[in-house]
Write a protein that binds this ligand. Sequence first.
Ligand code: TPP
Ligand code: MG
Length: 658
Amino acid sequence: MRYHIGGLDKQKLLELYLGMLKPRMIEEKMLILLRQGKISKWFSGIGQEAIAVGVTQALNDEEYILPMHRNLGVFTSRNIPLHRLFGQWQGKKSGFTQGRDRSFHFGTQEHKIIGMISHLGPQLGVADGIALADMLRRKKRVTAVFTGEGGTSEGDFHEALNIASVWNLPVLFCIENNGYGLSTPTSEQYNCKHLADRAKGYGIESRIIDGNNILEVFSKVNELCKAVRKRPRPILLEFKTFRMRGHEEASGTKYVPEKLMKRWAKKDPLVNYETFLLDEKIISREEIEQFKADISEEINLNLKTAFDEPLIEVSETKELKEVYQEFDYLHIESKNNLDNIRFVDAVSQGLEQSMERYNELIILGQDVADYGGVFKITEGFTSKFGKSRVRNTPICESAVVSTAMGLAINGMKAVVEMQFADFVSTGFNPIVNYLAKVHYRWGQNADVVVRMPCGGGVGAGPFHSQTNEAWFTKTPGLKVVYPAFPYDAKGLLNTAINDPNPVLFFEHKGLYRSVYGDVPTDYYTLPFGKASLLKEGDSLSVVTYGAGVHWAMEILEKYPDIHADVIDLRTLQPLDIETIFVSVQKTGKLIVLQEDTLFGGIASDISAMVMENCFEYLDAPIKRVGSLETPIPFEKGLEQNYLPKERFEIALTELFKY
Ligand SMILES: Cc1ncc(C[n+]2csc(CCOP(=O)(O)OP(=O)(O)O)c2C)c(N)n1
Ligand SMILES: [Mg+2]
């Protein structure tokens, strides 16, 4: 291996050596502990240390770095106290996730390290968001993000590179090409010569770097960092290296040809560099022994601290509480200056006034800029707030949601407009796995609202009509809002944007231009978790939300004998179950109406909760009404047959007569 010292001084040369020595020694210790059954799983980065260490040392401490599962060198280079790392791996309190997530699955704002989620790809879009926030604040900073070559096959990789290119974001995309993704060799992973060549397709620069040569890694990345800080842009780096151990220790390396192993063993980044330093008389054998003894002592002392730490205390209340970031709801009253406006205008007003309120609130979505979005909710926003805050995105929901997450990590707020709620399926992964879990895992909030124009009755067929809230009410960590009236839509959207937690905000597009209401012209908020009682009666209780509210009210008009409590849930998570209980205890009969297909929807859970808590009060079996268990058909008659309005009428009268 050839080393070029360039302008590096002795101190830097030693820093790079020690930077690699420490993670190597920690890993060697971990392998012993693993064999002794003292730790559970280990993903080895032995042989790849030069990349993590070289890249981290090229960044400034305030620059974010987003490592993967083999990048121990990132964590040690940012000087995390070792007992905290060991505590993390043992699920101890001194770790970073309070026993809630393992290995390198954590982030720490203190060290500007944002760890991965198992799904690999979202990491890349998150880096885009972090870099976007830096760029909007005109901070001359670089963000570095890692992926394996296997991870580059995920759509997220392509989406994130494309976004970074279109927006010219200062991100270093670092591919560690170590020959294998689990047992899959590169020949079965991709079909181009170098992954770096892919950069051309996205219109960005790339470099191929010898990932086992610490001086090459550091010097080249250091140069690139300087260049990117000066002129922000994304760069794709392919580090050629090799995975010297199994995917994780248990899975072995039987499938790796021995010849390859031998060839790469000769390129060990630590051994070669050490030899070079000795040959050049930059370091002596005695010094090396001393360094090793010091690190060994540090490891042992810190291991003892971690092992001595008691097991984490289990508290159900604490676990439940920390799924969400605490949010002090601030109630802001309207000043009674009312305007009769449509649902769609109320959403637009709420969004506009929130944009005025928070100058670090960013709107992301397809066609949301000058075009104003397909429903025209952001029409005129660019002239008021500028294109940097009202951002058209390429068609890539997953990386856009991840970008919003990155904005939140870097202290901003984001609203993502799904063009249609149906398309959230291609952004599903980061919502349910990243945004929903991040606060519980390591205390980072996801200050993101995803707006979801949803719902049927508009003749739009199976891919533009779904009301898919049940995909999200199932997932702890998300809040789900579903207003039925303009007044609620505006007040709840304002709260959703104030709330630092991830909120799925459903807007029924059938209501957009058909429902009018009196709405205060100025800013106000409404609380989550408070249903509204639209109508009071003692015959039975109707519980519903969204378009269901309007169907129920319309049908009840036809039956003046049925005196119903009509409860509009407004938010599904949190759910105002108390209001439902109180009503059922009064009426003794409950019918729950939802637009979504019935099975697995919120009506089923409400029904179960009422059964469990109000059984003695019930005078009839609870009725649940939802759409037919089919995809949503497009033709008018078929769609009407699919939707639950008519079935609701039958069920309502049956329940009344029961
Ligand atoms: C979405 C998803 N698919 C599959 C996996 C299982 N898995 C975890 S790591 C990995 C291999 C990744 O290979 P690469 O990106 O090359 O990284 P390396 O492990 O080689 O460092 C696989 C298949 C996963 N965690 N997430
Ligand atoms: Mg790999």
